[in-house]
Design a protein around this ligand. Structure first.
Ligand code: AP5
Length: 215
């Protein structure tokens, strides 16, 4: 089965996607992680994407859809984190999956209010080596500012500054929210309260997946 995690910045998509990928053996496709990696390596794609990511604007659809085509060549079950983000991207995903005789089985929409999001993102820290996501309040590292897994110094994302977070939220409202109706009409949208504790959110998503699998 193939799954999309949809929702505003900071709602917990990356956190949940990483756990789900491990338990259910999904191949995780996070367009945000792919773009940040390319930016860090100064590749052609990274140089094109940098100016958008830095200010919290969406990278153009054609660039994102090329990334998806490149990263979904095998018949693996996929979990998409942060993709699609526009109706055009959703139509592109539909086209790609149909061409390979596959389908998108469930879209998990995590929702949460803006104050919680701003608080979470300003306290988020990420390991630049393994990508593990922390939160200084709700999920702090055990040893100061070091990653529990690889002992690397944790970093704050450049786009986690308050004015950029507010811009990302505005763009989310304008460009990504229309996807709710798009997927509601296809009857594959599942709405889950992302403000609940991490474990509880995980259990709820897990139930949806197990039910979808048994149908
Ligand atoms: P991307 O990396 O996708 O960022 P985002 O969607 O803004 O989402 P985040 O990664 O900020 O948050 P999240 O929901 O994954 O939350 P997390 O689990 O980390 O995109 C970045 C940029 O790349 C975009 O702005 C754009 O420029 C570009 N881009 C990417 N994809 C694109 C696309 N498809 N099209 C065009 N452009 C694209 O959790 C956040 C914090 O909360 C953490 O500290 C975590 O520990 C904590 N937390 C998580 N869950 C809980 C919980 N239940 N309770 C308490 N704390 C929690």
């Amino acid at each position: 089965m193939n799954l999309v995690l949809l929702g505003p910045p900071g709602v917990g998509k990356g956190t949940q996607a990483n756990h789900l990928a491990k338990e259910f053996d999904f191949k995780l496709i996070s367009t945000g992680d792919i773009l940040r990696n390319q930016v860090q390596k100064n590749t052609t794609l990274g140089l094109k994407a940098k100016k958008f990511v830095k200010i919290g604007k969406l990278v153009p659809d054609n660039i994102i859809l090329d990334i998806i085509v490149t990263h979904t060549k095998n018949n693996h079950p996929y979990i998409f984190d942060g993709f699609p983000r526009t109706v055009k991207q959703a139509m592109g995903l539909e086209h790609t999956t149909k061409k390979r005789g596959l389908s998108l089985d469930a879209v998990i929409y995590l929702y949460c209010n803006e104050n919680v999001i701003i608080e979470r993102l300003s306290k988020r820290r990420v390991c630049p080596l393994c990508g593990k996501i922390y939160n200084l309040i709700t999920n702090p590292p055990k040893n100061g500012n070091k990653c529990d897994l690889c002992n690397e110094s944790l970093k704050q994302r450049e786009d986690d500054r308050e004015e950029i977070i507010k811009n990302r939220l505005k763009i989310y409202q304008r460009q990504t929210m229309p996807l709710l109706e798009f997927y509601e009409q296809k009857r594959i949208l599942h709405k889950i309260d992302g403000s609940k504790p991490e474990k509880q959110v995980y259990e709820t998503i897990r139930d949806v997946i197990l039910k979808e699998r048994s149908d």
